[in-house]
Design a protein around this ligand. Sequence first.
Ligand code: FES
Length: 182
Amino acid sequence: LARAYHEKVISHYEQPRNVCLDQSRLSYVLGLSDNSPAPLLQVGSLPKNDPTVGTGLVGAPACGDVMKLQIRVDENGIISDVKFKTFGCGSAIASSSYMTERVKGLSLEDAEKIKNTEIAKELCLPPVKLHCSMLAEDAIRSAIRDYRTKRTKAGEPKKAGFIDVSQSAATGETVATAHPPS
Ligand code: FES
């Protein structure tokens, strides 16, 4: 490993950031075989059904690697916590670890702008490993999409205020009621 990867990749691979110490088996979570020859890294997760959590689960068809990235979003729309589980090569694990560091504290709008080319540059990935960083880009976008879908389904209140105009049944007068932004 040390000869094949840049030291930044090895750093994230050996000491992944934003993981939890609970080393439950990833194969259990993802339903994958225990006998897979690929590197297996078990890291943390957030409660999938929590309305403040978005989950992105993506895979690379070419190699079969899988990445799960979860974000928790606070009331101001800022990513306050991130966890990942990656089943794959060292570059994929390093890319997901790097992504967790990169997005913590960002707004959703800023997080979804992060490109895989930035990750690849930061980790000095060779061209043949670009798709590994692509997984991380796909994963954060998928997590953000999942979070937004949950909020929409939950009927997130509109932010803008509005004025309700109606006619009083008693007096016939036009009544305007202002509703401030929620
Ligand atoms: Fe497929 Fe790295 S080889 S994600």
